[in-house]
Ligand binder design. Structure first.
Ligand code: COA
Length: 209
């Protein structure tokens, strides 16, 4: 199977909400997603899709936004690809961030529970890092439940480090949030690490494809 990322479109919202309802206890409304998607000045939302056939090399109408990771993915995984978008390409994950001044804040990332453990969460996070560069962010931050060790492990892999807690941040059960930050993402060390992680990720996805 081929996994790839695209900008989230309004038609994707019900599919995103289906994954969200299996992943989080405090879902967003469709209106919130629409508002975020339309705020292209400071927000980026993506969906991951799965397809039995290779994805196309173009992604109109948002193609211009995918100068970064996606073009690398297409180049690395699907060098000969020039086909139409396969009709069956279900959404299997999503993620997003927004920019505040020069900080990118990851607001959401989740993968369909039946599709976890295949590199899709990593593909989405790697895409979000690309979007942080594109928006001119200097660092990336997020909050994660202190009990969510799986997500924390993914974040640590991508250079996020704990930087404190927000007490009783989650309203459903009063759980604390761990605040995590990357080092400056323009530092050569971070870029080197990212390139290495992507090499491994692309090899893994290519093998799965
Ligand atoms: C967190 C989440 C997005 C990871 O997605 P995924 O597609 O399953 O993860 P991947 O297969 O890409 O794995 C990437 C990394 O995540 C970590 N990870 C994934 N599954 C893990 C598991 N079962 N146990 C420990 N670490 C795990 C590992 O660091 C892994 O890298 P590795 O393969 O080199 O060990 C997914 O578990 C999810 O949707 N969880 C529910 C929603 C959520 O908690 N979102 C985060 C909110 S802050």
């Amino acid at each position: 199977m081929y996994y790839f990322v695209e900008p989230m479109a309004e038609d994707d919202i019900p599919h995103v909400q289906a994954i969200e309802s299996e992943s989080f206890s405090t879902p967003w409304s469709a209106n919130t997603y629409r508002r975020e998607i339309r705020n292209t000045q400071s927000c980026r939302y993506s969906v991951a899709r799965v397809s039995a056939a290779p994805p196309p090399a173009r992604l109109a109408p948002h193609g211009a936004r995918w100068a970064g990771l996606f073009s690398q993915l297409v180049g690395v995984i699907f060098p000969q690809t020039e086909v139409a978008l396969p009709s069956e390409t279900p959404v299997v994950g999503y993620g997003g961030l927004w920019l505040t001044v020069d900080e990118a804040h990851i607001t959401a990332i989740a993968v369909d529970p039946r599709q976890r453990g295949k590199g899709i969460g990593e593909l989405l996070l790697s895409t979000l890092v690309d979007h942080a560069y594109e928006l001119g962010a200097l660092q990336i931050t997020l909050e994660v439940r202190v009990s969510n060790l799986v997500a924390q492990r993914l974040y640590v892999k991508y250079g996020f480090q704990p930087a404190g807690t927000r007490k009783r941040y989650y309203t459903d059960n009063g759980e604390d949030a761990l605040i995590m930050w990357t080092d400056p993402i323009n530092a050569p060390e971070y870029k080197t690490r990212l390139a290495e992680l992507r090499r491994h990720l692309f090899a893994r996805l290519r093998q799965q494809a």
